[in-house]
Design a protein around this ligand. Structure first.
Ligand code: AVJ
Ligand code: FE
Length: 388
């Protein structure tokens, strides 16, 4: 077997593993729960699995092979811009039917990928197994989002719980790392990288320091107990308006117990570890916290420069809000479709770097840019401080 073939076998196995994870999540839930919309920004769990199977089939059959027999009637259900979130529950198949349908189209797709006809191999999307990487990463991102849905479901169904430990506040340590002085290359040219990670370009530091660790639960509690949610001067104008509207006073999954706090997760209630990264805060809260701590959020390039120098610790617990908006790199070219990144370069989306406990290896890389609007709290997001 040639090296290239080995790569392909591994990628096919990865795709199959992603699909199995999705099936497992659906398979162990009560029948009714897969069609519930638990949060206005999230889709029903059943929709996610159907969408992943649809997207896989759409790219392989409709785009590469020009055969729309399976997908033609499903565009209005599974293309996000053709079916608003609130309408999705009514389209979710019954659990067994969903498992059977997604299982069947997925097996057919795997067989096609394992032994593609000659004209399929020539397609530009098949070069360097691009489409396989793309589909694996697509599944990986939806699987993470399915965990956000599971956490919202816990918020809905779980009763009172007694934490095993008391969370006590701690002042932010502010252990700072010096950002590299010399220019650092930002982005990734690997074939698997998304359009928004390219092209690579040099960045020279502006600020000087970035925190070694993300902000912790204990530090965030200090902000709360110091009336961080009530001090207007810590908030930007839009941030304050957002707060006034939502009346938020703690991270999204935190719950108050008699003498302390705990948090809900995709796997149920759990203690808030004092040194674990705080999760479930939006950009505005991250911004207010950093002002309270006498710091600021890092620009995404500061974050990436520090991550490339191997400096950052505590990675992979939460997505970390960056100071800047999501924007195209100089020389950006959209691929494999206009809609992946371009619509979100709208000055309303912030950038998140790093990755959470639910982020799977195919999308865990230093150059990966996640993006959400500034008010989102259902994602597993926290922050890391920076200083000039
Ligand atoms: C990059 C996570 C914001 O969920 O909308 C999934 C990823 N794009 N299917 C999203 C995505 C198309 C995207 N995020
Ligand atoms: Fe998608």
């Amino acid at each position: 077997m040639k090296e290239h073939e080995l790569g392909k076998a591994r990628r096919i196995a990865e795709l199959a593993a992603m699909h199995r994870r999705g099936q497992d999540i659906i398979g162990r839930l009560p029948v009714e729960d897969i069609r519930i919309q638990y949060h206005e920004d999230l889709s029903p769990l059943g929709w996610h699995l159907g969408h992943c199977a649809f997207i896989e089939t759409y790219w392989l059959r409709e785009i590469v092979l020009g055969d729309n027999a399976t997908t033609a009637t499903l565009h209005g259900v599974y293309f996000p811009d053709l079916c608003e979130k609130a309408a999705r529950p009514e389209f979710v198949l019954g659990r067994d039917q969903l498992l059977e349908w997604t299982g069947a189209v997925h097996s057919e797709n795997l067989a096609l990928l394992a032994d593609p006809p000659a004209h399929m191999r020539q397609h530009r999307l098949m070069r360097a197994d691009y489409l396989l990487d793309f589909l694996v990463q697509h599944y990986a991102q939806h699987l993470e989002i399915m965990h956000y849905v599971l956490a919202q479901r816990e918020l809905r169904i779980s009763g009172p719980w007694t934490p095993g430990r008391t969370l006590t506040p701690a002042n932010p340590l502010g252990e700072a790392l010096r950002l590299p002085r010399q220019p650092v290359m930002i982005g990734c040219d690997a074939p698997c990288a998304y359009d928004n990670e390219q092209p690579r370009h040099a960045f020279r530091r502006r600020g000087k320091y970035i925190a070694q660790y993300p902000v912790t639960n204990a530090e965030y509690l200090a902000f709360m107990e110091n009336d961080g949610y009530r001090h207007r001067e810590l908030w930007s104008r839009v941030g304050w308006a957002w707060l006034d509207n939502t009346r938020v006073d703690c991270p999204a999954l935190w719950r108050r117990a008699e003498h302390s706090w705990y948090e809900l997760s995709a796997a149920g209630p759990r203690d808030l570890k004092p040194d674990a990264a705080v999760r479930g805060v939006c950009f505005y809260e991250a911004e207010a916290f950093s002002r309270w701590a006498g710091a600021r959020l890092p620009h995404e390039f500061e974050w990436e420069a520090a991550a490339r120098a191997g400096l950052l610790q505590g990675l992979g617990q939460v997505w970390e809000w960056c100071a800047n908006r999501f924007h195209p790199y100089p020389g950006f070219r959209p691929f494999p479709y206009e809609g992946y990144s371009t619509p979100w370069f709208d000055d309303r989306h912030g950038v998140l770097r790093g990755g959470s406990e639910h982020t799977l290896p195919p999308v865990r890389r230093t150059s990966f840019r996640n993006f959400y609007t500034l008010d989102k709290r259902h994602i597993c997001a926290g922050l890391r401080l920076a200083w000039d």
